[in-house]
Design a protein around this ligand. Structure first.
Ligand code: SAM
Length: 326
């Protein structure tokens, strides 16, 4: 079994086994994928609970692209019934509805040999247990091709940096900087008197940034946005592209960004494609209550110490600007 499948099933078994007796229902993915994943998950349960759980784990693979509904649109989650949804396969087209909506566990399964946990309901496990290792696994697999896939976006980053009002002499942090696509524009805007720091918790992303020579314009630091190794009130401006939607607790993350920003400092939350296109890229549909929706984001920012000054949620880009409250 590929090591990644073993890691994911071991982690889930560790989280779920103490909750037995329970039924785990796996659905989604390519035809047959749910049954295969369910049997691997059953095998990962510790010996003591294994006999019981092998019977309990079901794989409902369904007929795929026809008009059939996902089992997860019908079943209700309960404390003794865990719904696991595999993103990917024919249901990615959402002909049959968004099966992951009710699932307590969501796994990116577009590459069946590289499954990655994307959501575990907080009642099952604290994000600290899975978020860092799984998010890194997600982005590590994408690091080498990141710039090849998204390289054309660089002018859009430069425009967003201009609109964020970055000034000569500023200290600018690019949090979740990835391969550093915003770093040259940030460095140009702060000029020789300023300073740019790129922070990301996926070392392979920063390695690609170095390979692209972006360490010449910015310091690169491996760090978790939820616990930045940066003193209070250091930054004049924070650039966060494609970060906030990945944070398990957006208000805590935005509060941490506020901590390291001086009063009056600015935050730019950016993505070079619209939210719906981004969700589709991740194999899911957009929910009305997503953290980046206007209705949620502006109160979230206010609760974290930011005043929103601009909110643009278009089809082809997302840009919210906010100012750190005193
Ligand atoms: C969608 S990518 C965007 C990368 C880059 N900002 C860009 O626009 O090309 C998200 C990046 O955020 C990083 N990331 C996600 N959660 C993070 C966290 N809690 N702390 C630090 N980096 C994080 C990932 O490793 C990844 O490189």
């Amino acid at each position: 079994m590929p090591e990644r499948i073993a890691e994911v099933t071991a982690l889930l078994a560790e989280v779920l086994a103490p909750r037995a007796p329970l039924t785990v229902i796996v659905d989604g993915g390519d035809p047959g994928a749910a049954a295969a994943f369910a049997s691997r998950l059953a095998a990962a349960f510790p010996a003591g609970s294994r006999a019981w759980n092998i019977d309990a784990v079901l794989g409902l693979s369904g007929p795929g692209a026809g008009g059939f509904d996902s089992a997860l649109n019908v079943l209700e989650p309960a404390t003794d019934q865990i719904l696991v949804y595999l993103r990917g396969g024919p249901r990615n087209r959402f002909i049959a509805g968004d099966g992951e909506r009710r699932a307590q566990v969501v796994i990116d399964h577009r590459d069946p040999d590289w499954p990655v946990i994307r959501h575990v309901h907080p009642s099952l496990a604290d994000p600290d247990r899975w978020y860092l290792s799984e998010s890194r696994a997600f982005f590590t697999a994408r690091a080498a091709n990141w710039d090849v896939t998204f390289g054309d976006d660089l002018p859009a980053y430069a425009k967003a940096v201009r609109e964020a009002g970055v000034r000569p002499g500023d200290v600018a942090l690019d949090v979740g900087c990835g391969t550093g696509r915003a770093l040259p524009a940030l460095a140009g805007a702060v000029g020789p008197a300023g300073r740019v720091i790129g922070l990301d918790f996926t070392p392979d992303m920063l390695a690609e940034a170095r390979r692209a020579g972006r360490d010449a314009v910015a310091a690169l630091i491996v760090a978790d946005a939820r616990r930045l190794p940066v003193a209070d009130r250091t930054a004049d401006v924070i650039f966060a592209a494609g970060l906030v939607n990945h944070l398990p607790d957006p208000v805590a993350g935005l509060t941490e960004l506020a901590r390291v920003t001086r009063p009056g400092g600015r935050l730019a939350i950016f993505h070079p494609v619209g939210r719906a296109a981004l969700a589709a890229r991740h194999g899911r549909t957009l929910r009305p209550d997503e953290p980046l929706s206007r209705a949620r984001l502006i109160p979230l920012l206010a609760g974290a110490g930011w005043e929103t000054t601009h909110h643009e949620d278009g089809d082809d880009r997302f840009l919210t600007l906010a100012t750190r409250l005193p």
